[in-house]
Design a protein around this ligand. Sequence first.
Ligand code: AMP
Length: 140
Amino acid sequence: MDIFDKIIAGEIPSYKVYEDEDVLAFLDISQVTPGHTLVVPKKNVDNIFDYDEDTAKKVLLKLPVIARAIKASDDKITGLNIQSNNGPSAGQTVIHSHWHLIPRYDDDNLNSVLAPTIDNSAHFSSEQYQAIADSIASQF
Ligand code: AMP
């Protein structure tokens, strides 16, 4: 069982923003920018090479829906990067497929190529994580 399986099973807490039968979206603990969200299939899919067609449809069709909710959660969000690392050579550290939705702000000075190496978790309290998750979840 990988760490995202444990989050899906509710064995490890997460700041959930969206859930349905097939998909879970929750805040990435690293918050590359505020609102940084991971979208994962509930099915244990390792990476992009491992998707069956049905699971791909169910997960990928949710990306624009969740992206719009993130954007609507904060007026200052003006863009969004979507990134998925597939395989250790591509920087995948959790071997359970996930899509990073990283909101962009006009003044964030983020080099999105370096985004996977950024960890801002020291700057967020549990109340701040919860407030961000609630504000995205309320957009659905
Ligand atoms: P990657 O490096 O693309 O495999 O991304 C894995 C991501 O999972 C990283 O951005 C981590 O910050 C994030 N992550 C790991 N454990 C947790 C967790 N328990 N809750 C939320 N995000 C996590």
